[in-house]
Design a protein around this ligand. Sequence first.
Ligand code: PEP
Length: 263
Amino acid sequence: MTVARVKMLAGNWKMHKLNSEVEAFFAAFVQSLGLSPEQRLAGRLDLLFAVPATILAQAAKTCKPLGISVAAQNVHWEASGAYTGEISLPMLREVGVTATLIGHSERRQYFAETDATVAKKTKACLQDGVLPLVCVGETLAERDGGLVESVISRQMQSILAAVGSGAGLSDLVVAYEPVWAIGTGRTATAAQAQSVHALIRSLVTDAFGASAASALRIVYGGSANPSNIKELLAEKDIDGALVGGASLKPEEFAKMARAALAV
Ligand code: PEP
């Protein structure tokens, strides 16, 4: 059985924006989008913004009536404890956050995130009912060295081990983000992205079977913008996009959302 997958457009604000900017941003975004709340909630496109920790509560309050989800950019796997500087899943849920990025390449590169910590976080999210948006992707040196398949396979194996069975794959999103395409203006071609998305789906098929794999949403990230989004989303295994730079501009991101709805 093939499962119809709802497209997802997720913004990643990284370390940008203040609480004082939140209301104006979403007012401009919704105006540019030009859809009624009913149309936004019609289930054809999931819109989500991963925002800095200080903005989560304000963004969740502002976004709830708009039918837009708010995600954290990181989370700890324990519910509480002596983990200075960390934030837990109950803390996120308390302020209305329903999803979190896990294993973004900037966290792997600058903050010692590993496949093992990514797996623990993914497992905790699935147990807690918070949607994990788990990032994988190769560096340029790995691509040039012909290592795309082995790197993606290694990253996916630890995620799939954390998932445990194929039953909950509709509660997980994988973001394929080639590190060389993030924030560089150099997007993977639609064909390059599709081939890695197909690889990811085949790894999930090997682990849990084709029916479970068909429920998994795999989104692309790496310099996605209004000019290339349509071509990317036309590929059969690309179920949406994770967007950094272009998500900071309400009009740009609204254009991408309209393009996603038109695919
Ligand atoms: C990201 O931060 O996940 C990302 C894809 O950034 P950008 O769109 O700016 O490349």
